[in-house]
Design a protein around this ligand. Structure first.
Ligand SMILES: [Mn+2]
Length: 458
């Protein structure tokens, strides 16, 4: 019998909500998986990609990873892994460094045997290059064969990579596919093959509400896939429905019902009620002990009504969103703006993602490049003045708030300027990513769905 831990989508280095504590959490989740692997004495830890949140982890992230991998190595537990879309670079992968140090094995088309199982790897491959794949693998002589892959595979929701195609074109008959990319854990049987996602180990987005964890997979006569949950940072999801005359007091009352100590508080306002600024709610939640608080105001606001001109720098994203909405940009321009500022696309992957999205638009829908006919408001100069935004929530806002890095606010101003001035060379946009031209092609279709509240994967 061979027993392994199947984990993935660790996203080490993700400074979610700009919080250094959150960055620590992603590493801590990986450390916990390693602890469990050691105390359980499993035969291997299988990592299905996205160990890192982006392709440029910082030194503390790398040192933390090395310490964890060394611990596994000391316990004699091999770490077998592939490369995910978030961390992929054109040159060598971080995983190659760990392999060189003797702390990891990068899985590929040759079998790596643990117990009586032959493990193979299939790194993330952008959709545009999948037709070139031949799914040819070296032969093995083991009882079981497993393919470790990263991508959105069918039959799971949002799947764009046909599992049937992979299995039928492969010259190796796989008993199981251990997958990463979709952050929602799941299991299905495709023909005679078990196909499973282990899910992410920390909440990489507020849409990941269920407890996080990993898979414990046992290979004997049969294949047994079990899920184990991890202790992660508490998230409190607080929904407040406001009646006509209710405002900040009602929100405070509701927030007090929760123990927010060291928690991430995700607060959603619905119904009607008075103007409530996100900043006031976030400040209150933080005073109640929350590590981080984020507010999404889903109320239909009357845009003609006079609005309190209460400028909040606690959430400049709100101000930027509002100004961008007023500019009457084309769908394509909004798409670019959203990719750069609001989506969860890692900074270092933004350029490639924008290119992919624009290419798709050019192929499918040229009308997306037409400027919207009647901007809803605006002061006429067409420029995004991020500093004069009123505190108004965008009723269309469906994403979780403010995953963007600090740099994103600068970038959106640059984009807004470029678009408003008819400039398309985007020099200012590329400024802080100047070496990106030489970086890998990474398609991150997954993240693009985030704003249609499908953000369960990345
Ligand atoms: Mn991921």
């Amino acid at each position: 019998m061979t027993r392994v831990i199947h984990t993935g989508d660790t996203h080490i280095g993700y400074q979610q909500y700009h919080s250094p504590a959150r960055r620590q959490d992603f590493l801590a989740a990986f450390e916990q998986v390693v602890e469990d692997a050691c105390s359980d004495d499993v035969d291997a830890v299988i990592h299905a990609g996205d160990l890192y949140h982006d392709r440029r982890p910082e030194l503390p992230d790398l040192l933390g990873t090395l310490a964890a991998l060394r611990k596994l190595d000391d316990a004699g537990i091999p770490f077998l892994a592939i490369v995910g879309n978030h961390e992929s670079t054109r040159g060598g992968q971080w995983l190659d460094l760990f392999e060189r140090l003797g702390l990891a094995t990068r899985l590929g088309s040759s079998p790596h045997v643990v117990g009586d199982v032959a493990f193979y790897g299939l790194d993330h491959v952008p959709r545009s290059r999948r037709d070139e794949l031949d799914y040819q693998f070296d032969a093995h002589d083991q009882t079981h064969a497993v393919l470790v892959g990263h991508g959105l595979f069918t039959p799971f929701v949002h799947g764009d990579w046909e599992t049937e195609t992979v299995l039928s074109e492969s010259n190796v008959a796989f008993d199981a596919m251990l997958l990463g990319d979709n952050h929602v854990p799941d299991v299905a049987e495709v023909g005679d093959t078990w196909v499973t996602y282990c899910g992410s180990t920390e909440r990489a987005s507020a849409s990941e509400r269920d407890p996080r964890g990993y898979n414990l997979v046992e290979f004997s006569e049969t294949i047994d896939i079990r899920r184990r949950t991890l202790e992660t940072r508490p998230f409190e999801f607080i929904s407040v429905e406001l009646a006509g005359d209710e405002g900040i007091e009602r929100v405070r009352q509701r927030v007090r019902e929760f123990d927010l100590t060291e928690a991430v508080a995700i607060i959603e306002l619905t119904g009607e009620g008075e103007t409530v600024t996100s900043a006031a709610v976030e400040t209150f939640a933080t005073e109640q002990g929350a590590l981080v608080a984020r507010v999404t105001d889903r109320r239909e606001l009357d845009l003609d009504a006079p609005v309190a001109t209460d400028v909040s720098f606690a959430d400049p994203d709100d101000a930027v969103r509002e100004r961008v909405r007023e500019m009457g940009l084309s769908t394509a321009a909004l798409d670019v703006e959203e990719t750069i500022r609001a989506s969860k696309v890692a900074d270092s992957n933004v350029r490639e993602e924008v290119k992919t999205r624009l290419a798709e638009r050019i192929d499918d829908d040229l009308s997306a490049f037409t400027t919207a006919e009647s901007p809803q408001a605006g002061d006429g100069d067409g420029k995004a003045d991020a500093d004069d935004g009123d505190e108004v929530a965008d009723p269309d806002e469906t994403t979780e708030v403010s995953d963007a890095d600090e740099a994103d606010n600068e970038k959106v101003a640059a984009v807004a300027d470029a678009v408003a001035n008819g400039g398309t060379d985007g020099e200012a946009i590329r400024e802080d990513d100047s070496d990106v031209n030489s970086d890998a092609e990474t398609e991150t279709d997954a993240e693009s769905n985030e704003n249609s509240s499908l953000g369960d994967f990345a």
